[in-house]
Write a protein that binds this ligand. Structure first.
Ligand code: SAJ
Length: 415
């Protein structure tokens, strides 16, 4: 019942399907059963409420017999970047006692190539049933963008990779209850690979944007202007540089390919390293603005991995804040979408007033709407700080300069 499972379960449940939502975390079950949500996603609270109140969605700790089983568990990596498939394995194990002839099982979790046929099928076959012959098995990647999950779940094209044609067709018959985008059938391993290619493609493209920002800084130009100009070319679409790539998807998935085939993936590996190195460049910029960071009071705005989401997993903003602390800065951080979050080694405050009160500099790491829309006159009244370090080009520089602030931006070598 996480970022994918809960929206998917609720969308099925509001489209005529009876759904049992399973989670191993008793806290999550209790929260959902009491009508609350443990995650933030626009529109989700109402959808879950409707699904539960119309009796179509039940939340419990164990699966039960069903026509179809859908696995949407995390696939993180271990410290050495090896995929941790233990949640996929234990979810598949949990299905085994309930698996019956004619059932459909779908894996949605992003997984290394061959996970469906090589890991999930053998576990499910412990039931005594044969994949393909007795039950259908598919891999169908989730491809929704956090912040727009409910819309994309319905409207995006849906790829369904079956271990055979009948499995793919069974998958299609299930998803077509709510998917309005194109449904494309393929084999399971192609579907796994497609998902990893999509996120890796984005990671590599963000890496080149980040590297361009370093070059712009060195050559005394403004990367934001340069990207806008380059993007006038009909076949160029450079993404935005920033403090790095975070979240549970793009910063993780490329490693599944590197791990599976390290000898033939130098580009993917390097892109990961470039993006992981980007918080360090934010810290260099803060140092340029403030000199030594020892005992400098820095107000950090935004900790989540991107704008207008509450997810702080693998967040480069958190990494940058930690690096500042390591340099001796006295950091106060404010994450407007998770005001009660606790992160070891960081002082988090729950309001703008607190984060600004005694700051010497303001570091913008995430262009959240409530941060982007702040006005210089308002901020000037809340803080003695008159130095801004903007890592995401969120505040119009002229407006803030005329509001009395000195603005340093990532990727801008011009003073
Ligand atoms: N980012 C940049 N510059 C950009 C765009 C993004 O630095 O121009 C950063 C963000 O700040 C963030 C990270 O990249 O830290 C990832 O953000 P994102 O919006 O690119 O993607 P996610 O991780 O929220 O969602 C991705 C999506 N994949 C693609 O766009 C190819 C989504 O469709 C997937 O479903 C999701 O991963 C997933 O679950 O795999």
């Amino acid at each position: 019942m996480g970022y994918i499972g809960l929206p998917t379960a609720s969308t099925f449940a509001t489209n005529g399907i009876t759904v049992v939502g399973v989670d191993v975390n008793p806290k999550i079950i209790k929260t959902l059963q009491s009508g609350e949500l443990h995650i933030y996603e626009p529109g989700l609270p109402d959808l879950v409420k409707t699904a539960i109140s119309n009796g179509k969605l039940r939340i419990q700790s164990e699966p039960e017999e069903a026509d179809a089983f859908l696995i949407a568990v995390p696939t993180p990596f271990y410290g050495d970047k090896q995929a941790d498939l233990s949640f996929v394995s234990s979810a598949a194990q949990a299905i085994v006692p309930h698996l019956r002839k004619g059932n459909l099982v779908i894996l949605e979790s992003t997984s290394p190539p061959l996970t469906t046929t090589g890991l999930v099928a053998p576990i499910l076959e412990q039931s005594g049933l044969k994949a393909g012959k007795d039950f259908n098995l598919c891999y169908s990647p989730e491809r929704v963008l956090p912040g727009q999950i409910l819309k994309e779940l319905i409207e995006n094209a849906r790829i369904i990779g079956g271990i055979d044609t009948a499995s793919a067709e069974a998958g299609r018959d299930l998803y077509k209850h709510f998917v309005k985008g194109e449904i494309i059938l393929t084999d399971a391993t192609t579907a796994e690979m497609v998902k990893l290619m999509e996120n890796t493609y984005r990671d590599v493209n963000i890496a080149i944007a980040n590297e361009f920002s370093r070059l712009a800084d060195r050559f005394g130009i403004d990367i934001w202007e340069a990207v806008a100009l380059a993007n006038k070319h009909p076949r160029v679409r450079i993404l935005n540089p920033g403090p790095g790539v975070g979240g549970h998807c793009i910063s993780v998935d490329p490693w599944f390919l590197v791990e599976a085939a390290p000898d033939i993936t130098p580009l993917i590996h390097t892109a990961r390293k470039v993006n992981d190195g980007q918080p360090e460049f934010v810290v260099r910029l803060v140092k340029r603005a403030l000199g030594s960071l020892r005992n400098k009071k820095v107000a950090v705005l935004g900790l989540s991995y991107k704008a207008d989401v509450d997810d702080i997993r693998e967040s480069p903003a958190v990494e940058a804040a930690h690096l500042l602390v390591q340099e001796g800065a006295r950091v106060k951080a404010f994450e407007p979408y998770k005001t009660t979050a606790e992160i070891p080694g960081l002082e988090l405050v729950s309001s703008l007033a607190e984060v600004f009160s005694d700051a010497e500099a303001i570091l913008v790491l995430v262009p959240h709407t409530p941060i982007r829309t702040l006005e210089p006159e308002v901020v000037a009244k809340l803080t003695p700080a008159r130095i801004i370090i903007d890592a995401v080009n969120t505040w119009p520089v002229e407006k803030w300069t005329s509001g009395g602030f000195k603005v340093y931006r990532l990727g801008v070598g011009r003073s």
